[in-house]
Design a protein around this ligand. Structure first.
Ligand code: S3P
Length: 173
């Protein structure tokens, strides 16, 4: 099995920041599915949503997942909705170790709002975003490893991810 590390989790979980830190600690390359999509399309994520709609964006995610099969040993941050479609969680599990950066909804929501530019938040009330979050949790749970980010800074989360990966390596050997 390719030994990538794949970070999943809701918007605001810190997948990009933590992913970069984990990649640096492990001496690996860092890749983001959202970057793969924007590079391919030549447009930002909000532009893709505004001009082509969510369904088109999800189809682009499918293409990005197919391309991830070429990756080996990378740290990969996925968009918050990427694993939450039929077959995607399994496709990610086949690529390496899937790590869910979990957290309490209030903190995730506050961080996601503060970072701005998230089309899935636009026009949705807080309770609607919470319902979206809850509908996604069963997909995130299919990760191999869960790291609870509550109350932790990005460095601490990255350290926990590395620790969990070492634990899995020990178990496997
Ligand atoms: C999305 C999350 C975003 C991005 C897109 C859709 C989602 O990524 O892929 O806006 O459906 O939750 P982040 O999780 O990095 O914000």
């Amino acid at each position: 099995m390719p030994d990538n590390v794949i970070l999943v989790g809701f918007m605001g979980a810190g997948k990009s920041t933590v992913g970069r830190l984990v990649a640096r600690r492990l001496g690996r390359c860092f890749v983001e599915t959202d970057d793969m999509i924007t590079a391919q399309e030549g447009r930002s994520i909000p532009e893709i949503f505004a001009e082509r709609g969510e369904a088109h964006f999800r189809a682009l995610e499918d293409e990005a997942v197919a391309l991830l099969a070429l990756k080996h040993g990378d740290v990969i941050a996925t968009g918050g909705g990427l694993p939450c479609h039929e077959g995607r969680a399994e496709a990610l599990r086949a690529l390496g170790t899937v790590v869910w950066l979990s957290g309490d909804f209030d903190s995730l929501y506050a961080r996601a709002l503060a970072a701005g530019e998230r089309p899935m938040l636009a026009g949705r009330r807080r309770d609607e975003v919470q319902a979206l979050y809850e509908s996604r949790v069963p997909y995130y749970r299919r990760a191999h490893v869960i790291v609870d980010t509550a109350g932790l800074g990005a460095d601490q989360v990255a350290a926990r991810v590395c620790q969990a990966l070492r634990g899995r390596e020990r178990e496997a050997s």
